[in-house]
Write a protein that binds this ligand. Structure first.
Ligand code: GDP
Ligand code: GDP
Length: 439
């Protein structure tokens, strides 16, 4: 599970700037869906080998009496509760304020490990100016500049240090056909997640097996179906209780993100009686950003009429257009309809996500594609695509080398993606294409 860092501080100290700096998009894919993620305050960050989740909070005014400020304070407390560590941001230029003291007291009360960052400290040689912040009682004061990217690296290292992170294992790279597929069922409360899972687990064709060396049974259920091993992981809004899964009331973005991240394949369950809601679109956005393989199931198909069915299909085409690569299923968990094909889709998504593509085959396909359709000239430059190799799995990454590749258009990238997908039969997984220009 990725650790969670919450950014807390009064308004205008530079939390959003720091958030943007920490979550600098790892790949362009997020930018493509700016509309979806614009107002989101959760992001993925990376420091060396370690990945983490960052929560940006609105301005925190603990004494806020009512209205929006009270709501912001509540949101902030929730963020702190979900976090493993807090970065408490103050303004080095404005100096210590009464509000900072209030926030410090509140943070002490909440009892989370805190690291104190004095932002806007660029060009501030005189560290004496930071000394006043010691008064807050959070130990060392770290002068940083979010806007200029100074001191951020060590700040994050410091924040993550007490969490004693293990080196991330590269088990995903392992080539072990017997390894279970980790499956998460995600969806808004009441979508039917627990009904579906308990229906599955009640089927006798599912054989539970022992996962060697794990006492993690509490958070996962290993089982086998048609010779394929699966590990069902607890998802946001779901907890295992004895032999069955139970819905829990609160929906937590952090838990959703963590569950998605620890899965190989995510089954996104949508409630047909409600259609595709904002929350569904958000969850879908997280799945996309995580790069996980995904299967979409529209549940409660029994409870909607033909008019509603048509509407939902249209909504999926528009609102979930960015998950076009996922296969779509219409099911009824209570009536056990349409459940068989889901397994095939899950296995297929996993196979696609872990597909191996050799350099000669990729290069041949690339050159065939170029011959079929040459990339357009941009000004004086015509991109020259020379060869391709696989740069990663889960999701698969194809790295294309050549010259002037910065002039390859988005339309052309999509054209290439389509060719590769077809050739390698990639369904249910994102496919990332990167261009490396040699000069
Ligand atoms: P938030 O309200 O805490 O999220 O603060 P913002 O991130 O919106 O920043 C508030 C203002 O401080 C903006 O005008 C930023 O450009 C500015 N700011 C943020 N970080 C820095 C910094 O490192 N140095 C300077 N000089 N200004 C900064
Ligand atoms: P969760 O919060 O996502 O785990 O949702 P639940 O599994 O608790 O289901 C919420 C409600 O939807 C329950 O009343 C279920 O009986 C109902 N439900 C689940 N699946 C279906 C279905 O396929 N059809 C219909 N009509 N109702 C369903």
């Amino acid at each position: 599970m990725k650790p969670v860092i919450a950014l807390v501080g009064r308004p205008n100290v530079g939390k959003s700037t720091l958030f943007n700096r920490l979550t600098q998009t790892r790949d362009a894919i997020v930018a493509d869906f700016a509309g979806l993620t614009r107002d989101r305050h959760y992001g993925n960050g990376r420091q060396g080998p370690h990945e983490f989740i960052v929560i940006d909070t609105g301005g925190f005014e603990p004494d806020a009496g009512s209205g929006i400020f009270k709501e912001m304070a509540k949101q902030t407390r929730q963020a702190v509760a979900e976090a493993d560590v807090v970065i408490f941001v103050v303004d080095a230029r404005e100096g210590l304020s009464a509000q900072d003291h209030d926030i410090a007291n509140e943070l002490r009360r909440l009892g989370k490990p805190c690291v104190l960052a004095a932002n806007k400290a660029e060009g501030m040689k005189d560290t004496a100016r930071l000394a006043e912040f010691y008064e807050l009682g959070f130990g060392e004061v770290h002068g940083v500049s979010a806007a200029h990217g100074q001191g951020i690296r060590s700040l994050v290292e410091l924040a993550l240090e007490p969490l004693a992170l293990p080196e991330p294992d590269d088990e995903d790279q392992e080539d072990d056909v017997n390894k279970p597929i980790k499956l998460a069922v995600a969806g808004r409360p009441n979508a039917g997640k627990s009904t579906l899972i308990n229906t599955w687990l009640g089927e006798e064709r599912l054989v539970a097996f022992d996962l060697p060396g794990t006492t993690r049974d509490a958070i996962s259920v290993p089982f086998e179906r048609n010779g394929q091993r699966f590990e069902l992981i607890d998802t946001a809004g779901l907890r295992r209780k004895g032999k069955v899964f139970e819905a829990i009331e609160k929906f937590s973005v952090v838990k959703t993100l963590q569950a998605i991240e620890s899965a190989n394949v995510v089954l996104l369950l949508i409630d047909a009686t409600l259609g595709v809601t904002d929350q569904d679109a958000h969850i879908a956005g997280y799945i996309l950003e995580s790069g996980r393989a995904v299967v979409i199931a529209i549940n409660k198909w029994d409870a909607v009429d033909s008019y509603q069915r048509e509407q939902i299909q249209r909504q999926i085409e528009t609102r979930l257009a960015f998950l076009k690569f996922a296969s779509l299923h219409f099911i009824s968990a209570t009536r056990r309809q349409g459940l068989g094909p889901l397994w095939q889709a899950i296995a297929q998504a996993h196979k696609s996500a872990t597909r191996k593509m050799s350099t000669p085959v990729l290069t041949r396909l690339l050159l065939e594609a170029v011959q079929f359709q040459t990339p357009k000239k941009s000004g004086m430059f015509r991109p020259k695509l020379r060869y391709a190799h696989q740069g990663g799995m889960n999701p698969p990454v194809i790295v294309i080398h050549g010259n002037s590749l910065e002039h390859v258009t988005e339309a052309y990238r999509r054209f290439l993606e389509g060719r590769f997908r077809k050739e390698f039969d990639l369904v249910g997984t994102p496919l990332r294409i990167e261009f490396k220009t040699s000069h």
